[in-house]
Design a protein around this ligand. Structure first.
Ligand SMILES: *Cc1c(COP(=O)(O)O)cnc(C)c1O
Length: 220
């Protein structure tokens, strides 16, 4: 087998192989390159290699580095994968093409209002606290149906569910559980899987994998 030349090619090849094993189309998996903490100079080469979807976890950091990149590369899509404060909802809509961290009623209200005001209705993922961890963001599993209902009422386009499983324990059962909750609620997109476990996520139905360090190297 040929050795892939770049980290991006390597990750793409691994996604393709996992999709093949799962009997899925490679194109059904979107690679979201998580560029948080990395400067524009580290991002530009990936865009040059054809990567089109990127993710950041902080609005402020993204505002500092992305407007210039997006102006130069209007085909690029930017996803917010980190916690969003309600008072930054409108700001976030000004920059991001998708939001993966819709996780509480107050944010549904703020985002719905901001969408009404700006007319920008970007696809959102409801983030689920899949491991029921006290310290972690995300909606409790039991509260998912109610949060989805209020999001629909606020005319927020909900694409699917997102999770960050507990650290240091096999992720597969959590991915499978997220897929089941999505199915139970009639949603077909799943944002799950990071550098350590994206192949497992693809095999369990991920439509969006969020890969940072495996593409960019370790964060400083
Ligand atoms: C940082 C981050 C990622 C990427 O993590 P890596 O382990 O570097 O691939 C994915 N999702 C979220 C929500 C993150 O904050």
């Amino acid at each position: 087998m040929d050795q892939p030349a770049t980290p991006l090619e390597h990750i793409r090849a691994r996604i393709a192989q996992a999709a093949r094993i799962a009997g899925r189309e490679e194109a059904s998996v979107e690679l979201v390159a998580i560029s948080k903490t990395h400067p524009a100079e580290a991002i530009a080469p990936l865009i040059a290699q054809g990567q089109r979807v990127f993710g950041e976890n902080r609005v402020q950091e993204a505002e500092a580095k992305w407007p210039a990149l997006l102006e130069e590369h209007p085909e690029v899509r930017l996803h917010l994968v980190g916690q969003l404060q309600s008072n930054k909802a409108e700001e976030a809509l000004g920059l991001f093409h998708s939001i993966h961290s819709l996780d509480r009623p107050s944010l549904v209200a703020a985002l719905g209002k901001a969408m009404d005001k700006t007319g920008r209705r970007v696809p959102c993922f409801v983030q689920v606290n899949i491991g029921a961890e006290d310290q972690k963001g995300g909606c409790a599993i039991a509260e998912v149906p109610a949060l989805l209902a209020s999001a629909r009422e606020a005319q927020i386009p909900v694409a699917g569910l997102m999770c960050v499983p507990p650290l240091g324990i096999e992720a597969a059962p959590f991915f499978a559980l997220l897929a089941k909750i999505a199915g139970d609620n009639g949603l077909d997109q799943l944002s799950m899987g990071m550098s350590e476990d994206f192949e497992t996520a693809v095999m369990l139905g991920a439509t969006h994998v969020r890969v940072g360090s495996a593409l960019f190297g370790a964060r400083g």
